[in-house]
Design a protein around this ligand. Structure first.
Ligand code: FES
Length: 375
């Protein structure tokens, strides 16, 4: 493994924080997932008729470190309401002076419409730092298959750009699904990147041909199409991102094709779609129990039911705790529990070492005793 490859391969082994020091230390400053910074919009790029890329510099303009595939959480006041949404960083960490998000405008999308209407060079935006485990560093592989649909292309684009910037010449097949040819995000750039990296191949499939003369396949990605394009797909580490329905279909298709589920990775939430419902309370929870939560730094305290998440109860009590996904994915709400115990049902947003150090994700933790939090 050469030193460039090690930049990707070593990060997840080296530390218990995805944004922690070892790999990108020389490439930028740490921007923690629970730390808000001000971004300044540098550029807005029209990608398709309803997708724009917003490029930002962070804070004082110093480089930041993150891993390809990670996301950040942007915050804005929209129509008087505080709104937070996770967006994958579409730019690569090899260009650490910029962070970009690529956002599809959806009809009822509060944040996506706001961003499309308001972002222009010089506009400021608040955001929490990079987070997420959907990175190739978590599963280094000789051969990869990237599967995306719609704006799910963004984390895979960051991975592809980073790999090519570093000259890694990785064996990657990138299969992207879109509604029509006009909806293919990064189409021209992907074609150009294929010309730069002999072992990168791209394929597109469109649900409909649209107005453009489209000679490629139409319909949904099928096992037949995948086998034709990527006969060795079963040997590849698969990274998938797109709407939930697409990812479910892809997962089933790969299972049917005999792909090892242990080599399958997917981004766990609809990119840009925002925040899903809170995880349900475990059946064992005694809903009638009431506990007291004390905040060590601020000396505040509130009472809460055992059936609620600590994050939800804190909000009701007027205590602001950084959060984003509300599903135990992003790590934004990670907080040290100094005293007491909780029942935490997370979805990969915290590592075992962090748990051993006393950290918990408050969005998916319910108290089983009185608590003291390091807040
Ligand atoms: S808000 Fe994302 S893990 Fe808690």
């Amino acid at each position: 493994m050469n030193s460039m490859e090690s930049m990707f391969a070593l990060a997840s082994e080296a530390d218990d924080s995805f944004s922690n020091a070892s790999t990108w230390e020389r490439g930028g400053q740490l921007w923690a997932s629970n730390e808000q910074r001000t971004l300044t919009c540098c550029r807005v790029v029209d990608e398709t008729h309803d997708v724009k890329t917003f490029e930002f510099r962070v804070g004082d303009g110093l480089p930041v470190r993150f891993e390809p595939g990670q996301f950040m959480t942007v915050s804005a006041i929209v129509q008087g309401q505080a709104v937070e949404r996770c967006y994958t960083i579409s730019s690569p960490p090899t260009r650490p002076w910029l962070v970009s998000i690529t956002v599809k405008r959806v009809p009822d999308g509060v944040m996506s419409n706001w961003l499309h209407e308001n972002m222009k060079p010089g506009t400021l935006l608040r955001a929490y730092g990079p987070s997420g485990a959907f990175t190739p560093t978590a599963a280094p592989a000789a051969k990869s298959l990237y599967l995306s649909a719609g704006s799910g292309v963004t984390p895979l684009m960051s991975m592809t750009r980073a790999s090519i910037d570093l000259g890694l010449n990785r064996d990657v097949v990138f299969v992207h699904s879109a509604r029509t040819p006009a909806d293919i995000i990064f189409r021209e750039e992907l074609r150009r990147l294929v010309g730069l990296s002999p072992r990168l191949r791209t394929y597109f499939v469109c649900e409909g041909a649209g107005d453009e003369g489209w000679s490629g396949p139409t319909g949904r990605l099928s096992l037949q199409l995948l086998s034709q394009w990527v006969p060795d797909y079963a040997e590849r580490e698969v990274f998938t991102c797109g709407p939930a329905g697409y990812m479910n279909a892809v997962r089933e298709l790969l299972r049917e094709g005999g792909h090892d589920p242990a080599r399958y990775h997917q981004e766990s939430f609809d990119i840009g779609a925002g925040i899903a419902a809170e995880p349900a309370a475990p059946e064992s929870t005694a809903a009638h129990d009431t506990f007291t939560v004390k905040l060590a730094r601020s000396s505040k305290a509130f009472a809460m039911s055992a059936s609620e998440t600590v994050l939800s109860a804190a909000r009701k009590a007027g205590v602001a705790i950084p959060s984003s996904c509300s599903q135990g994915i992003c790590g934004t709400c990670k907080t040290k529990v100094l005293e007491g115990t909780v029942d935490m049902k997370h979805n990969g947003g915290i590592r075992e070492r962090e748990v051993q150090k006393g950290f918990r994700l408050l969005c998916c933790s319910r108290p089983t005793s009185d608590l003291v939090l390091e807040l």
